[in-house]
Design a binder for this molecule. Structure first.
Ligand code: PRP
Length: 221
């Protein structure tokens, strides 16, 4: 990619636990970047990519509005956003499970055929159980959802489980794995159409960690 002669591709990156892995991947592809102290925008040295560091759930918002043409985002956040996007590649890290979990000592007979769940992922929880014909009441929380069963807000949570240590620490267990969650490089569809050659070159570079590989055809979200 001859980034120096072109405008850099704009990419929204999520703050938090994925950040170090994304940084490593880009660095291995020759796209090392550093966010200077407290700054939220950075460019790699060759000027191929401009990175914006945003809250995880805001990545699809920036991409949908075209402020960032591309973004790195999990299926969980993408599903909640409801926006259209192209999925360009799945990243080789960040996989988790979306699970129904509850107290170890909860008796399902107390549910009387109706689930009450607390979650950050309300759209997913509604759709998942409605599609299976299971009546559900969904209570939206902003975080620390593991507290809900402990304090009696709801007997169940729908949440991401990676190592399972947060559940274990709070004496909760997985009742059912609902879906796998992966992390993707996504694109604003219009941005992809205008910049497809440059975007495909970036995808090849990230997929193969050399500039010769082929990108997958993008799939609509
Ligand atoms: C997620 C999730 C759980 C935790 C699970 O929270 O909501 O709380 O990770 O991880 P584990 O299975 O490895 O213990 P996250 O740290 O993303 O932050 P949040 O509380 O803001 O959702």
């Amino acid at each position: 990619m001859s980034g120096a002669q072109r405008h850099p591709l704009t990419i929204a990156l999520p703050k938090g636990r994925l950040h170090d892995r994304i940084h490593e991947l880009f660095a291995r592809c020759g796209l090392a970047f550093e966010f200077e102290s407290r700054k939220l925008v950075a460019e790699d040295r060759e000027g191929s990519v401009r990175l914006m560091l945003v809250k995880n759930s805001d990545v699809p918002v920036y991409v949908n509005h075209g402020i960032a043409g591309l973004g790195v985002c999990g299926d969980d956040v993408l599903y909640e956003s409801g926006f259209d996007y192209f999925r360009l590649m799945t990243l080789p890290f960040g996989s988790t499970r979306m699970c129904l979990a509850g107290r170890r000592d909860h008796d399902p007979q107390q549910d009387h055929g109706r689930l009450k769940v607390a979650t950050k992922f309300t759209r997913f929880a509604h759709d998942f159980f409605h599609q299976r014909g299971i009546p559900v009441e969904v209570i939206k929380l902003g975080g620390s959802v593991e507290l809900a069963p402990l304090l009696g807000l709801a007997p169940y949570i729908v949440d991401l489980v990676e190592t399972g240590s947060t559940l274990t620490a709070n004496d909760l267990v997985v009742n059912e794995e609902l879906t796998q969650i992966q992390v993707h490089l996504i694109s604003n569809p219009a941005y992809y159409k205008f910049h497809y050659a440059q975007v495909n070159a970036l995808v090849r570079r990230l997929q193969n960690q050399d500039p010769q590989g082929d990108a997958d055809e993008p799939t609509a979200g």
